[in-house]
Design a protein around this ligand. Structure first.
Ligand code: ADP
Ligand code: GLC
Length: 504
């Protein structure tokens, strides 16, 4: 089967968060299962390409006032996946992907509409897939256009669409006159389509028009159908409940493993944890925490600084936490109020709370390896990747029981020696502080702590199983389009490809 991904970020070409990690890794896992996979992303200033080749010279994208002409560049074939970049420098050759500290770029609707239309047009030349797999609001127009303006286009007659929600908190909301600006018909502006409290909602349109909707953990797929987590779209999701599935994200252990990580001071494994202490020393040095007793537990944070991540709880408890025997090491950037909060806390407790306000992949790896615990008290968390990386690094997660955090972390029980981390449910500073104190207490018993570390390190969250679940969703989506799915059943796929090779 040919699957085309369309998304706004993809590792190693562009990334602001977990979406980039997923779009970088899932296509490779699908290619390993024998599928043909293409990935379309915008070509940003930060996208570094070694062998870029223009493969589609000029695509015309209509806007109300004029036409814009963009092109598509090939980034080559890596691990069986073809990468294509939509190039339009006035929109994408900018400092950041989505906006600056002053806010989102005001023309984001136009930027990602151009991207979505360019993907559809380019695919007619580069190969129409069996399934378009789109991610978050930035590629939401693809399923919408396919069922509206492109509905009669014979090239796309049987094409199925799968849409993955990575975060309900970002919907692509724009004023109504965005529709004529993007040359979209006014009949999309109804409550059953893209209209949302007087605005145009890209995400809503994708939820209405895609054949199947997935999200990135089982728990989050249920939560988003409730008022607490649905951000106003819970009703739309409930209407489509029979086509909504939760598939847990995998992680890429080629990038995130203490046995091979190229950013950390020493390698280690469940059999030999020795190197972790060197990683801890290296981490503390990188944060300028000198003279600290390396036996003190280090609590790591790597995060976008956004309300979603539970920083209001952290701000409630920090004064009291700073009295405990521990060190907090935080890396993040985003909302000014949280950047300032951490800088203030660092000034107040220089020996206890260290911070880097930055986006820095190497430091993120050092924190995973050098910390003893990893803190993620999220208000909501569709999946979360850092707690899964932490497990692999023997860095024990302390999480709130929501979304993917709840699905991936099992509470530690010292009596049975089972479990992988510490969890709390109530969204309050008290519950968070109580749970951190439990973890600090457990850390004193280093024998059982090592059992806890190893429990997590042995867990396997690689992509293989989840990629197979996506294939099942693609098949079902194609069936709803009426396409006969000719591929052999999954268990025979390997045999088929072997006999194909023999025949050659
Ligand atoms: P989200 O996508 O909501 O930000 P995830 O846990 O799914 O949360 O993924 C976050 C990804 O972004 C991880 O790979 C993490 O290491 C990375 N990341 C987040 N903040 C930073 C930062 N300040 N510097 C480097 N990497 C970061
Ligand atoms: C989003 C979510 C995060 C998830 C990531 C990748 O940014 O906030 O929980 O892990 O997407 O799916």
């Amino acid at each position: 089967m040919h699957i085309a991904f369309a998304a706004s970020e993809c590792v190693p070409f562009s990334k602001t968060g977990g979406l980039g990690d997923v779009v970088g890794a899932l296509p490779r896992a699908l290619a390993e299962l024998g599928h043909q996979v293409s990935v379309y992303v915008p070509r940003y200033r930060q996208t570094k390409l070694s062998d870029a080749q223009t493969v589609v010279r000029s695509i015309t994208v209509p806007f109300d006032d004029r036409y814009r002409f963009c092109s598509v560049v090939s980034g080559g074939n890596h691990s069986g996946v073809r990468f294509y970049f939509v190039e339009y420098p006035p929109f994408f050759d900018r400092d950041a992907l989505y906006g600056t500290s002053a806010g989102d770029y005001p023309d984001n609707a136009e930027r990602f509409a151009l991207f979505s239309r360019a993907v559809l047009e380019a695919s007619k030349i580069l190969g129409v897939p069996h399934v378009f797999h789109c991610h978050d609001w930035q590629s939401a127009l693809i399923p919408i256009l396919l069922r509206t303006q492109y509905a009669e286009d014979p090239a796309f007659r049987d094409v199925a669409t799968v849409f993955t929600i990575h975060n309900m908190g970002y919907q692509g909301l724009f004023p109504p006159d965005t529709l004529p600006l993007l040359t979209l018909p006014w009949d999309l502006f109804t409550i059953s389509k893209m209209e949302f409290f007087g605005n145009v909602n890209f995400l809503k349109g994708a939820l209405v028009y895609s054949d199947f909707v997935t999200t990135v953990s089982r728990k989050y797929s249920q939560e988003i159908q409730t008022t607490e987590f649905g951000f106003g779209l819970e009703g739309v999701l409930r209407d489509r409940a029979s086509t909504v599935t939760g598939i847990l994200n995998g992680v890429d252990y080629d990038e995130w493993s203490p046995q091979t990580d190229k950013f950390i001071a020493a390698h280690y494994s469940p059999q030999d944890l020795g190197g972790k202490l060197s990683c801890k020393r290296d981490l503390l040095a990188a944060f300028g925490v000198t003279n600290a007793d390396p036996r003190l537990p280090v609590i790591g944070i790597v995060s976008r600084f956004a309300a979603q991540k539970g920083f209001d709880l952290i701000s409630q408890i920090m004064d009291r936490l700073a009295r405990e025997e521990m060190i907090v090491v935080a890396l993040g950037a985003g909302d000014k109020q949280y950047e300032e909060m951490f800088v203030r806390l660092n000034k107040q407790f220089p020996h206890k709370i260290a911070v880097k306000v930055a986006y820095d992949n190497a430091v993120a790896h050092k924190i995973e390896a050098g910390s003893d615990m990893f803190l993620m008290p999220s208000k909501y968390e569709p999946c979360g990747l850092n707690q899964i990386y932490s497990l692999k690094y023997g860095t024990v997660p302390i999480v709130r029981a929501t979304g993917g955090l709840d699905d991936t972390i099992e509470p530690w029980d010292a009596r049975t020696g089972r479990g992988t981390g510490f969890k709390f449910t109530e969204y309050s500073g008290e519950a968070l502080l109580r749970t951190i104190k439990q973890a600090l207490q457990a850390f004193h018993d280093q024998n059982s702590w090592q059992t806890l570390m190893r429990n997590g390190m042995k867990r396997d969250f690689s992509w293989n199983a989840s990629a197979k679940e996506y294939v099942r969703v693609y098949d079902r989506a194609r069936q709803t389009r009426g396409a006969l799915v000719h591929e052999p059943p999954e268990e025979f796929a390997g045999v088929a490809s072997v006999s194909h090779q023999l025949a050659k």
